[in-house]
Design a protein around this ligand. Structure first.
Ligand code: COA
Length: 258
């Protein structure tokens, strides 16, 4: 009933993934990449009726893109898909499972809770327009308490930020911080792997003034490097910064598998 996806599943799945959310869906943009990454799973009842993708890393599995054909919902198919992924993770001795759910997606939140997930953190998604400006004062590097930023967002996956990854970003000037006034603000800059010219920023906001410095730098960096969009993910509420447009708030859901 559950198997790995193949090329020919794409059209059947996309047929019921056009209007999943009020804004549409993104499965058509990531299908090929998820298929080539592997761990794209299909649940079928004669035909494919649901999907999910899993991304396994050292200490966690990231579960994304759970979709069930509306004609087959409330029959336990999503539950079976998630449990299938969790079983693989347990076999690999991976201790934690994560997923990201819009705080307004009540169906999905109740599914996650039913499966034993709890709200680990809440994250806000803001968009920022690239714009040239020269008034930023930030620092590059990793000379700060690295436990302040345990995860970073890579193509909408919250992944552990270990020492090796920090060094990798540091060498490319992709970790910036400001500690001029008050608690430190830190940001990690990454490129979207699925969309061209989208900058994805993980932001830890210490003080508003330090965060503003980072935002000005990021805006300028975005313009100079010809990004079309900048997506900022942060736990902070930054509604007082009027260059930021609040898009969605998400719950990062976590389950212990051991
Ligand atoms: C959310 C979604 C994946 C659930 O799929 P599903 O196959 O209907 O879910 P299941 O039948 O496995 O439900 C498992 C549990 O989740 C909860 N649940 C699922 N749908 C629910 C709903 N509409 N209302 C309330 N609880 C719901 C229930 O606790 C359910 O257990 P129960 O039926 O024994 O009460 C499906 O509605 C969907 O594809 N939604 C659109 C895409 C989406 O939101 N994906 C998740 C993004 S993170």
């Amino acid at each position: 009933m559950i198997r790995n996806a193949v090329d020919s599943d794409k059209s059947v799945i996309l047929n019921f993934c056009h209007n999943t959310f009020s804004w549409g869906d993104y499965i058509q943009d990531v299908w090929n990449s998820w298929l080539s990454e592997d761990n794209l799973f299909i649940v079928e009842k004669e035909h494919p009726i649901g999907m999910t993708h899993a991304f396994f890393s050292k200490n966690q599995v990231w579960i994304e893109g759970i979709r069930i054909n509306p004609d087959f919902r409330r029959q336990g198919f999503a539950k079976k898909l998630v449990q299938h992924v969790e079983l693989i993770a347990k076999e690999k001795q991976i201790p934690f499972s994560f997923m990201l759910i819009d705080v307004k997606n009540h169906k999905s939140l109740s599914m996650a809770k039913n499966l034993g997930y709890g709200i680990f953190q809440t994250w806000n998604f803001y968009s920022l327009l690239p714009q040239i400006n020269n008034s930023h004062e930030i620092q590059f590097g990793n000379s700060f308490d690295q436990s302040k930023i345990p995860h970073y967002v890579k193509s909408w996956r919250w992944l552990p930020l270990d020492k090796k990854t920090i060094l990798y970003f540091y060498k490319q000037n992709k970790i910036i911080f400001s500690d001029k006034s008050g608690p430190i603000s830190i940001a990690v800059l990454t490129d979207s792997e699925h969309f061209d010219k989208i900058l994805i920023v993980t932001l830890i906001s210490g003080s508003l003034s330090n965060t503003l410095d980072l935002i000005l730098y990021i805006q300028n960096y975005g313009a100079e490097n010809k990004y079309q969009k900048i997506q900022i993910l942060t736990r902070a509420k930054l509604s007082t910064i009027n260059t930021l447009e609040h898009k969605i708030t998400f719950n990062l859901m976590k389950k212990s598998l051991v």
